[in-house]
Write a protein that binds this ligand. Structure first.
Ligand SMILES: Cc1cc2nc3c(=O)[nH]c(=O)nc-3n(C[C@H](O)[C@H](O)[C@H](O)COP(=O)(O)O)c2cc1C
Length: 184
C-alpha cells in the first residue's frame, strides 16, 4: 500500500494553512486506498538548523523519526504558507536537515495564503530548493486562497466541489510520479 506524507510547514501562532493539510489528507482518504500521515512542523518544533543529519553526532530521536518518515513515504506533499513572497524558515530548516531522504522523492507543493493569490509567489523559491536537493517535484498546483473562508479548522472545504476538483488534478501529478518511481 502506498503511503503519502504531508508536511504542514507553518509554525505560526494562529496558523491557518494547516487546515489545507487536513483537507488534503481527508481528500486522499476519500479518493484513494493510500495511507497518509501529517508531519506537522509545529509539533516537531525543531531547533534552528545547525548541521545536516548525516553529519550530526547525536541526532535527536525526533529528527531521526522525521527523517525516517520522509524516507519511507512513497510521495510527499508540502503544505506551505507564503511569507513575504518566500517560504517559512521552518521549512528551510528541514529541507537542509535531510539529503538522501529527498533524493528522487516524488513531491508536490500546495501553496497557501489568507489573501486572494493562493501563495503563488512562494513556489519560485521553494521549487528551486527542492530541485537543487534532487527531489522529484511534480508540476501539479494546489493554490489555496482566503483560507479562513474556504476551509474550516478541521479541514472541511466550504466549496467542496471546487476544492476536490483542484485536489484531483494536483494528486494526479503526484501519483504519476509515484507510480513511475515504484518501477525504478
Ligand atoms: C510574515 C508574513 C508574511 C506574509 N507575506 C505574504 C505574502 O507575501 N503573500 C501572501 O499572499 N500572503 C502573505 N502573508 C499572509 C499569509 O498568507 C497568511 O498569514 C496565511 O494565513 C499564512 O499561513 P499560516 O496562517 O499557516 O501561517 C504573510 C503573513 C505573514 C505572517
Amino acid at each position: 500500500m502506498s503511503h503519502i506524507a504531508l508536511i504542514s510547514a507553518s509554525v505560526r501562532t494562529g496558523r491557518v494553512s494547516h487546515r489545507v493539510a487536513l483537507y488534503l489528507q481527508k481528500y486522499i482518504a476519500e479518493q484513494t486506498m493510500f495511507t497518509t500521515e501529517i508531519l506537522d512542523l509545529n509539533h516537531y518544533q525543531f531547533p534552528l538548523f545547525d548541521e545536516r543529519l548525516q553529519y550530526q553526532k547525536n541526532p535527536s530521536a525526533q529528527v531521526l523519526e522525521f527523517a525516517g518518515k520522509v524516507m519511507k513515504a512513497d510521495g510527499v506533499i508540502i503544505v506551505t504558507p507564503e511569507y513575504n513572497g518566500g517560504y517559512p524558515a521552518s521549512l528551510k530548516n528541514v529541507i537542509d536537515l535531510l539529503y538522501k531522504e529527498w533524493h528522487h522523492k516524488p513531491l508536490a507543493i500546495a501553496t497557501c495564503s489568507d489573501g486572494p493569490f493562493g501563495g503563488t509567489q512562494v513556489i519560485t523559491s521553494l521549487a528551486f530548493s527542492f530541485w537543487k536537493i534532487g527531489a522529484w517535484l511534480v508540476p501539479g498546483k494546489f493554490q489555496a486562497s482566503k483560507i479562513k473562508e474556504t476551509y474550516t479548522e478541521s479541514g472541511e472545504a466550504t466549496n467542496k466541489e471546487a476544492s476536490d476538483k483542484a485536489a484531483a488534478g494536483f494528486l494526479k501529478e503526484l501519483l504519476w510520479a509515484m507510480n513511475l518511481s515504484r518501477k525504478q
